[in-house]
Design a protein around this ligand. Structure first.
Ligand SMILES: [Zn+2]
Length: 188
């Protein structure tokens, strides 16, 4: 299997053909994407409807639609926005960027650029969220830092600064990303 140009560990592109029968996907074809954790790495496989094995869903899987990727030239002229910043931070793979990455993802999900596909607990106990880019079909794997409300505000301000805006300005407020717990566990 050709692993062309893997940019970073958390973004996996949609294949152009079925992982089993090698049939090339056509625009708008319904296919099945499967993520597995294999040898310390996330592996994504895409299957045509005929080859999809429901009984073997891997770490996570979902049904999606193949979209012919837009030409790369379009990307080059875009200025820095939430999406390009997200991609940049993911490429750097810095642990300290996890909070900002998560906030950006929440912003982009609200803008309907990404759809959340699944959540899973990683082996180290951290919560992983799987997102799919609506236009390109790429899978994004993001660690949910499970921020508390006050931390959330702080990280949002950082992100706005990174985006070239001013802190404490009209920030699109992400919805509380974690499920509200019935009883609050405040320490004091
Ligand atoms: Zn197939």
């Amino acid at each position: 299997m050709g692993r062309e140009n893997v940019e970073n560990w958390s973004v996996r592109k949609c294949s152009k053909e079925c992982a089993k029968c090698d049939k090339e996907f056509v625009d708008k074809e319904v296919l099945f994407s499967k993520l597995s954790f294999d040898d310390g790495e996330y592996v994504r496989q895409d299957f045509c409807a005929a080859c999809w094995d429901k009984g073997n869903p891997g770490l996570s899987s979902w049904k999606t639609t193949f979209i012919v990727p837009p030409p790369p030239a379009e990307e080059a002229v875009k200025k820095e926005n939430a999406e390009s910043l997200l991609r940049k931070l993911l490429t750097k793979e810095n642990e300290e960027d996890l909070n900002a990455i998560f906030i950006l993802m929440v912003m982009l999900e609200r803008k309907k650029i990404f759809i959340e596909r699944d959540t899973k607990k990683a082996e180290d106990g951290r919560k992983l969220r799987f997102y799919e880019h609506k236009k390109t079909g790429e899978s994004f794997i993001v660690t949910d830092p499970e921020l508390k409300l006050d931390e959330l505000e702080h990280v949002q301000e950082e992100v706005v600064v990174l985006l070239g805006g001013q802190p404490r300005n009209a920030v699109p407020e992400p919805e509380t990303p974690t499920e509200p717990t019935a009883s609050t566990d405040e320490t004091d």
